[in-house]
Design a binder for this molecule. Structure first.
Ligand code: FUB
Length: 444
């Protein structure tokens, strides 16, 4: 599956990937298309078999903080607020959901199955020191680690992190005296802690994935002991590079021997409509992880240029254009103005040298303008190779052109130029929307 890897109408940010049995589950918050606030009053879960990451199944709603037509709230006695980033861990054959409820003390719920539904066990029980970061009880962005010796740790925080050990017999009670503040040691930008703690153990090293204060990144810190001290190690992925930026939240997971970073990216012209994405990562011999770029690949090794590419899987959107959902079935790139750049990484064009040209077709909606779109591979600037141009007229539609034949693996960029948007008319036409892009395909 390419990025975003869930069906394109689904908005699951803050994804915590967890392998249980022979499936990988993604536990995240639930955003709504084009919403102007984060999250929802429900959590959903999706999973895929480990041997087929193209086959995601939705298991439906797993927890509610408000009644809806089909579900009862699990928390009606004390809160009706939205559910933010959760986590789920397995302990002794049971699955525990750590729910972060905005403005309220979060809670722990349990199920016999990873796909839920989850039943409330209790709100957290804790006795934090007066004035401590944890005392407010928000348990923001809980990330939980069940260590190999059966001990259980919870990591939380917004602007300042904290961690504590949980009683493994009930999974919701913080063991007195275990609370530690600033588990991610305060430091300097760019990797100072902001939010989104997610613990993982890899070999004998503890990794804390988190979102740093600056940028739209997922960074990480490591330690040889679950409660630290942790050392900040830099960032893994940045969802705001040449793309509408927002926050970031996710974690690492090994699936069939391959490690991935799961994260989210923004759509619909808001930072509150986020979709689940993943990139391959690898560990260096010293345990560090090199930063990876944001791509359209997801779990794929490459995309086929000869299959129709929905415009919305772009991983480069520069100049103000963005993905918009019109309805469940229809999404496109809008806000395309003079100078916008739309890019996709990476297509495998194959090794067929039999002709010098290929056909290219794009599905567009016109906006009553005239523009030329340069098609480049490998980069959008002068270092990229220009392979052709297509023109979008007043009413758009299916536009066709002949481009230079390409072989091998390349990124593809569309660089937009308003035909009347330069010279003395530039100011008159500045910022007008030129067309909308639905999809495109190359034909051999
Ligand atoms: O999804 C709501 C909030 O945005 C999460 O709790 C944060 O980590 C950030 O992703």
């Amino acid at each position: 599956m390419a990025n975003p890897y869930l069906p394109l109408w689904e908005y699951i940010p803050d994804g915590e990937p967890r392998v249980f049995g022979d499936r990988v589950y993604i536990y995240g918050s639930h955003d709504r298309a084009g919403s102007d606030s984060f999250c929802d009053w429900k959590l959903k879960v999706w999973s895929a078999p480990l041997d087929n990451l193209n086959d995601w199944t939705c298991h439906g709603d797993i927890f509610h903080t408000k009644d809806d037509r089909d579900h009862k709230s699990a928390t009606s006695e004390w809160t009706e607020r939205e559910l933010f980033a959760p986590d789920v861990v397995e302990k002794d054959g049971k699955y525990y959901l750590y729910a972060y409820i905005i403005g309220a003390v979060g809670c722990v719920a349990v199920s016999d199955r990873p796909e839920g539904p989850f039943e409330l066990i209790s709100r957290y029980k804790y006795d934090f020191p007066k004035g401590s970061v944890g005392e407010c009880g928000w348990f923001i962005d809980p990330g939980v680690l069940v260590d190999d010796d059966g001990r259980v740790y919870i990591f939380c925080g917004y602007e300042r992190s904290f961690a504590a050990e949980l009683n493994p017999d009930n999974m919701y009670e913080v063991i007195d005296g275990t609370y530690i503040e600033d588990i991610i040691p305060p430091g300097q930008e760019p990797d100072d802690f902001f939010e989104a703690c997610s613990p993982r153990k890899v070999g004998d090293t503890y990794y804390l994935i988190y979102s740093p204060r600056k940028g739209n990144r997922l960074a990480y810190a490591t330690s040889k002991s679950p409660l630290g001290p942790y050392t900040r190690r830099g960032y893994i992925v940045d969802n705001g590079v040449d793309y509408p930026a927002g926050n970031d939240h996710g974690s690492i997971c090994q699936i069939n021997g391959q490690w991935y970073i799961f994260y989210h990216r923004m759509t619909n012209g808001t930072i509150m409509s986020r979709r689940a994405c993943a990139e391959k990562i690898s560990f260096e011999p010293d345990g560090t992880i090199k930063p990876v770029e944001m791509t359209s690949l997801g779990f794929e090794n490459s995309l086929s240029p000869y299959k129709i590419t929905p415009a919305e899987i772009a991983c480069v959107l520069k100049g103000g254009c963005f993905v918009t959902e019109l309805d469940t079935f229809t999404r496109k790139i809008v806000g395309i103005t003079d100078g916008c750049i739309i890019g996709y990484k990476y297509f495998d064009f194959g090794d067929d040298y039999s002709s010098k040209t290929m056909e290219f077709e794009a599905s567009t909606n016109g906006c009553g303008c005239d523009c030329d779109v340069t098609i480049k591979i490998d980069n959008w600037d002068e270092s990229g190779d220009e392979i052709g141009t297509f023109h979008v007229g007043l009413s758009g539609g299916i536009v066709k052109t002949i481009v230079k034949k390409v072989t091998g693996v390349h990124s593809v960029y569309f660089i937009v130029k308003d035909v009347y948007g330069s010279g003395w008319t530039a100011n008159m036409f500045k910022g007008r929307q030129l067309f909308e892009l639905n999809a495109f395909v190359f034909k051999k």
